[in-house]
Write a protein that binds this ligand. Structure first.
Ligand code: ATP
Ligand code: MG
Ligand code: MG
Ligand code: MG
Length: 437
C-alpha cells in the first residue's frame, strides 16, 4: 500500500478524554474515529488489525472443531420472551420497534437465537455434539462506555455455542473452548489467565474468564504466579482427545476475579511470594449452563432410549474488538504502538526519505515490488513529508520493521532497518533487506 493513496488521519494532539494508552494511541494513529458514545468507525489501519485478530480467533475456533455461521444483529423480542430474559436483561439491551410495532432488539448476545436455530434443525442425540459460532457486532448500552474499544457500546464479539447430550460431553466441549482460548490469546502475544468467574445474566454454574494482566484493566484479579508462567498448549494438541489433564493443570492454582475472590483461601493456598494481586482485562469468557435455555425454549433431541432430552449447552465469548486495546496496552511505548507480528496491520514500513529523488524512488519501487511479491505486507511512505515526520509516524503506527531509504545510504547502496520492538537499527546492503525482514 502506498501511503499517498491511503487514509491515515493522524492526530497531532493527545485527545483529552482518552485516559489510557491504547485509547490515545488508536485515536492518534488514525485507527478509529468516535462516532458516538462507545461507537467507533474503524479506519483502514485499525480495520486491518481487527481483521487479523478476527482471523486468529477463527482459525483457533475451527481447529477446535467449531463451525462458523452468521446470525443477524437485530433480533425479535419474542425469542427473548421465550427464555424469560427479555425483561431480565435490563437497560443494557437496546430495544427497537419496527414500523409494524413489533418489538425488536439489537443483540447483546445470541443464546436465544442459536437455541431457536438448533431446535429447528436437530432431532436426535445422534446429531450431537455440535459447536457453532459467529463473529458479529453486538450492542450493549453500557452505563459508562470508556477506554475506546475496550468498553464500547457497539463491539465485535466471537460467540460460540455448544450442544451436547449430557453433562460429561458438555464438559468436553467446554474443555475444547478452554484450550482454544489459551491458544488464541497466545498467538496475539497475550498471556491469558483463566479465572473462576461468576456466570451473571448468562446463568449456569461453570465459568471461567480469560484475563490479560494490565495495570489499566477494569477487573481486580488474584492469582498464583505459577499460572503466569504456564506454557500454552501447542497447535498439535488433539482436540478430540481427553483435554481434562490440561484443564486440571490450569485450574489447580488459585485464580479468581474480585467477585469470586476469597482472601482466606488465597492466603492459604498460595505462597506469599507467588501471590499476584493485580488488574486485568477480560478478553474472553466461557460458560456451561446446562438446560437453562433448552428447557424453556424446548430445544430437545430424541435420546438413545424413548423420550426427548433437553440439550446441555454452553456459550463462549471473545471480545474481538476489545483485544486491540488489550494488545496495545501490552505493546507500546511513548512514541506509539509496537504491534506483535501476527496482528500487525503491515509487516514493513518502507520509508522513502526523499520522494522525488530518482535513485531513492527507483530503489524504493524495486524493494516495494520485491517484498510485495514475496507476500510481505508493506506500507510504503512515498509522501513528500519531512524525515522527522516520517519517522514519528512510523513509530506511532508501530509496524514491526521500518526500512529507511535515503540519499546518503544509497551512496553505498545501503538501507537502514529498524526493529520497532526493541528500537535496534542495522545498516545493510539494499539487496539483503528482503531476507532480513
Ligand atoms: P465486562 O465484564 O467487561 O462488562 P461481560 O462480562 O459483560 O464483560 P460477556 O457477556 O462475558 O461480557 O461477553 C464476552 C466478551 O465480550 C467479554 O469477555 C469481553 O471480552 C467482550 N465484551 C463485553 N462487553 C464489551 C464491551 N462493552 N466492549 C467491548 N468488548 C466487550
Ligand atoms: Mg458487561
Ligand atoms: Mg465481566
Ligand atoms: Mg463476562
Amino acid at each position: 500500500m502506498r501511503l499517498s493513496r491511503y487514509y491515515l488521519p493522524l492526530l497531532k494532539e493527545t485527545p483529552a478524554d482518552a485516559q489510557i494508552a491504547s485509547h490515545r494511541l488508536m485515536l492518534r494513529a488514525g485507527m478509529i474515529r468516535q462516532e458516538g458514545a462507545g461507537i467507533y468507525a474503524w479506519l483502514p489501519l485499525g480495520f486491518r488489525v481487527l481483521k487479523k485478530i478476527e482471523q486468529i480467533v477463527r482459525e483457533e475456533q475451527n481447529r477446535a472443531g467449531a463451525v462458523e455461521m452468521l446470525m443477524p444483529t437485530i433480533q425479535s423480542a419474542d425469542l427473548w420472551r421465550e427464555s424469560g430474559r427479555y425483561d431480565a436483561y435490563g437497560k443494557e439491551m437496546l430495544r427497537i420497534t419496527d414500523r409494524a410495532d413489533r418489538d425488536m432488539l439489537y443483540g447483546p448476545t445470541n443464546e436465544e437465537m442459536i437455541t431457536e436455530i438448533f431446535r429447528a434443525g436437530v432431532r436426535s442425540y445422534k446429531d450431537l455434539p455440535k459447536m457453532l459460532y459467529h463473529i458479529q457486532w453486538k450492542f450493549r448500552d453500557e452505563i459508562r462506555p470508556r477506554f475506546g474499544v475496550m468498553r464500547g457500546r457497539e463491539f465485535l464479539m466471537k460467540d460460540t455455542y455448544s450442544f451436547d447430550i449430557d453433562e460429561a460431553s458438555a464438559r468436553a466441549s467446554y474443555n475444547k473452548m478452554f484450550v482454544a482460548y489459551l491458544r488464541t490469546f497466545a498467538r496475539m502475544g497475550l498471556k491469558s489467565i483463566p479465572m473462576r468467574a461468576e456466570t451473571g445474566p448468562i446463568g449456569g454454574d461453570l465459568s471461567h474468564e480469560f484475563i490479560v494482566l494490565a495495570e489499566t484493566g477494569e477487573s481486580a484479579v488474584f492469582c498464583d504466579r505459577q499460572l503466569v508462567d504456564m506454557d500454552t498448549p501447542n497447535k498439535d494438541i488433539d482436540f478430540d482427545g481427553d483435554l481434562q489433564p490440561v484443564i486440571d493443570q490450569f485450574t489447580a492454582h488459585y485464580a479468581a476475579t474480585d467477585e469470586m475472590h476469597d482472601e482466606a483461601a488465597f492466603e492459604k493456598n498460595v505462597e506469599e511470594n507467588n501471590r499476584v494481586s493485580a488488574r486485568g482485562i477480560e478478553v474472553g469468557h466461557i460458560f456451561f449452563f446446562g438446560d437453562k435455555y433448552s428447557t424453556p425454549m424446548n430445544a430437545v433431541v430424541a435420546g438413545p432410549d424413548a423420550g426427548d432430552i433437553p440439550v446441555q449447552m454452553g456459550s463462549y465469548g471473545v471480545g474481538v474488538s476489545r483485544l486491540l486495546g488489550a494488545i496495545i496496552e501490552a505493546y507500546h511505548d511513548e512514541s506509539g504502538c509496537k504491534w506483535p507480528t501476527p496482528v500487525a496491520p503491515y509487516h514493513v514500513g518502507l520509508v522513502n526519505l526523499r520522494a522525488g529523488d530518482d535513485s531513492c524512488d527507483a530503489t524504493c519501487e524495486k524493494l516495494y515490488a520485491e517484498l510485495t511479491s514475496q507476500g510481505v505486507e508493506v506500507l510504503y511512505d512515498d509522501t513528500s513529508a519531512r524525515p522527522g515526520e516520517k519517522f514519528a509516524r512510523m513509530d506511532l503506527i508501530g509496524l514491526p520493521y521500518q526500512v529507511v531509504i535515503g540519499p546518503r545510504g544509497l551512496e553505498n547502496d545501503e538501507a537502514e532497518v529498524k526493529t520497532r520492538a526493541d528500537g535496534a537499527k542495522e545498516t545493510m546492503p539494499v539487496d539483503t533487506v528482503a531476507q532480513h525482514v
